[in-house]
Design a protein around this ligand. Structure first.
Ligand code: SAH
Length: 385
């Protein structure tokens, strides 16, 4: 695991850590105000802390966890993907998306992922390791700083939403992810002060963890990656379904909704001729009718070498029409960041390693989408399977 960082600890833990270093406890509050309140991490700018203490405290409580290796932008700078190198060389990605009314960051909770969904780029590489609480929080704080500098044209300068839809299965890294949510939602200087309603945890459907999350008193939005309404197909698309079936995972979702009062988001990647048939829309409609749920259809972002494609628009429209006819709310998700491989399911940092060899942080938005290097290695790996 990476070195300890103040975002791993609550305020009391930070005070104890500072006291353990022989410093005055209130310095923990000062450091926290810089990091969470002002989004400052450079010790030289923390002028209310004596210069002698600054370096030591920063080294102990604000170690560098994420080094940007590569940054890509599109949508006139409103979508930004960053590839980070972690202290042990693992690579993860996060994506910042600016809209006229909100700024959202999509964070990774693990390096790689062990859930092996066959249509997802991250799923192809397997799990490297869990991220620490601070490695998750720091992705958000870093982007919150960027937004505060006005880096996103015509967007608010306050980051307001976090979605755990980057690399990894958040509920497979349960304690660090829930701790990260506490840090993100505690008011400054304890944390970033975001609204829990504006934090979304997306899961393949780890049923015991969904029940546990419902009891946490963290009313985050739950997104369930369903992708098929029947076990036969879901066993293939979301292999964890072999353990927890559609009926069971939906029961867990409904108890989450009942417990938190929060509408569950049902994620459904539209895959041509695989899960987009009218009968599947009708079946999904019957499963969801009358429930506190909303369907988010995601046009499939085909991973290189994949045998699957996105559903044609008329098929997608008919799917939406049938869901709505069943009384189920459904929308098609905006696929931000496609041209920088930053859209849903495209994050695959391991495959980007070769392309990131120059190790310099730079904008590559001028490059063609399927550049050499990264994608070649991905398709090679696919072909080898
Ligand atoms: N492991 C979590 C979160 C990560 S992925 C989960 O599975 O929910 C976030 C969403 O993107 C999930 O709904 C996932 O199924 C979807 N996704 C993955 N690959 C995709 C692809 N190639 N095209 C469209 N959506 C994809």
């Amino acid at each position: 695991m990476p070195p300890r960082h103040l975002a791993d600890l609550d305020l009391a833990g930070r005070r104890a850590a500072v006291a353990g270093l022989g410093d005055k406890e209130f310095r923990a509050g000062q450091l926290s105000t810089h990091y969470f309140g002002r989004l400052i991490r450079d010790p030289q700018r923390m002028t209310d802390i004596p210069a002698t203490a600054r370096g030591r405290l920063a080294a102990e409580l604000l170690p560098t966890l994420l080094t940007p290796v590569r940054q890509l932008t599109c949508d006139d700078g409103r979508t930004r993907k960053t590839l980070w190198r972690l202290h042990d060389g693992s690579l993860v990605e996060s994506v910042l998306m600016g809209y006229p009314d909100r700024v959202t960051v999509c964070v990774s909770s693990q390096a790689g992922c062990g859930m092996a969904c066959p249509f997802c780029a991250t799923g192809q590489a397997g799990l490297t390791r869990n991220l620490s609480t601070a490695e998750i929080v720091d992705q958000v704080v870093w982007f919150a700083g960027l937004a505060a500098e006005g880096a996103l044209p015509d967007c608010p300068d306050r980051l307001s939403r976090v979605v755990f839809m980057g690399m990894g299965e958040p509920l497979a890294n349960y304690s660090r992810v829930t701790e990260a949510v506490r840090r993100l939602t505690e008011p400054a200087p304890g944390g970033l002060g975001l609204s829990a309603r504006h934090v979304t945890i997306s899961t393949v459907g780890l049923v015991p963890a969904i029940h546990r999350l419902a009891g946490e008193d963290l009313p985050v939005t739950l997104a369930l990656s369903l992708h098929a309404p029947d076990d036969e197909l879901r066993d293939e698309l979301v292999p964890v379904n072999q353990r927890w079936k559609v009926a069971e995972v939906l029961d867990a979702a409904w108890s989450y909704a009942a417990r938190t009062g929060r509408r569950v988001s049902i994620e459904y990647a539209m895959i041509k001729d695989v899960n987009d048939q009218p009968w599947r829309a009708d079946l999904l409609g019957r499963l969801l009718a009358g429930r506190l749920a909303h369907v988010n259809l995601i046009p499939l972002n085909p991973t290189p070498g994949s045998r699957w494609d996105a559903s044609p628009k008329p098929v997608e429209r008919e799917f939406v029409r049938r869901l709505r006819a069943a009384g189920v709310a459904a929308t098609v998700r905006d696929t931000r960041g496609r041209e920088i491989d930053g859209a849903c399911g495209q994050l695959a940092a391991l495959a980007d390693e070769r392309a990131a060899g120059d190790a310099s942080a730079q904008s590559r938005s001028d490059e063609p989408r399927r550049g050499p290097g990264a994608n070649a290695s991905r398709s090679e790996r696919k072909a080898a399977q």
